[in-house]
Design a protein around this ligand. Structure first.
Ligand SMILES: *Cc1c(COP(=O)(O)O)cnc(C)c1O
Length: 242
């Protein structure tokens, strides 16, 4: 499928962006008195071509995130030689679960049991467990997906009990219009929910939170995975890609 018009950042631009981003991540980690090694950078490559991904891999990035299956699959095929770790970060439609379970190592936006059950049933036995995060929508705002905080305990227990999946943690998208303070509050809520679930006996080691505009606040509140597109690759031109 054609990816459409896009501006491919130059190798020099990617390298400069990555250096600046890593410095910011290190600074936020230092401010939070956390080890920078506790934070995984997922480079969100939706809207960008395989060449840019290959260039970033050459600079030491191994985790990449995609939101749209049709766009992602040809890129995964072109880059198979690199052994990258692929994260599916988009909304999961029921009719796409088989391909997602077959091609990705992580799924970040699981928000209902039916989707988790399909992923578990369709994960090929020869692959290791599929890592999943439960997406939470803390205040039910906007059109974003995500389960309510009130359902999190029951849902996470049910998902954790499924074979071939490994429930790793929680994921959130902060409100797009939120200011830094509001976003930080949202991330703090996710962290406290994670602690409640751990106390209730659900073992979770991951918090997937923080995008280009708010990853510093997310790191201050304990993010273990930041999902960053624009700050690395520059703007996405393809229509429909947020
Ligand atoms: C697109 C996307 C991102 C990256 O957004 P940027 O603002 O470009 O960093 C992160 N997470 C999800 C779920 C996304 O869809």
């Amino acid at each position: 499928m054609p990816i459409g018009p896009q501006i491919s950042p130059s190798a020099a631009q990617l390298s400069a962006n990555l250096r600046a981003l890593r410095a910011q991540i290190s600074a936020a980690a230092a401010q939070a008195q956390r080890s920078v090694d506790s934070i995984t950078l997922v480079a969100v490559s939706k809207g960008h071509d395989a060449g840019s991904i290959r260039a970033l891999h050459g600079l030491g990035v191994h985790h990449f995130g995609e939101s749209y299956l049709q766009e992602a699959l040809p890129k995964l095929a072109l880059l198979r030689d690199l052994g990258l770790t692929w994260h599916f970060i988009g909304r999961v439609q029921a009719n796409k679960t088989r391909a997602i379970a077959e091609h990705f190592a992580w799924v970040h936006a699981v928000d209902r049991l039916r989707i988790a059950e399909r992923l578990a049933a369709q994960r090929p036995a020869h692959l290791g467990a599929l890592n999943v995060c439960l997406q939470i929508n803390p205040d039910g705002q906007g059109a974003r997906g995500g389960a309510g905080a009130a359902q999190a305990l029951e849902l996470s227990r049910s998902i954790a009990a499924l074979p071939r999946l490994r429930l790793r943690g929680l994921m959130v998208m902060a409100g797009a219009g939120g200011d830094a303070q509001a976003n930080r509050g949202c991330f703090a809520q996710l962290r406290s929910l994670q602690q409640q679930l751990i106390a209730a006996g659900v073992p979770l080691d991951s918090l997937s939170m923080g995008m280009s505009g708010d990853y510093r606040e997310a790191i201050l509140e304990g993010a273990t995975i930041v999902r960053i597109g624009t700050a690395l690759f520059g703007p996405r031109l393809r229509a429909g890609l947020r």
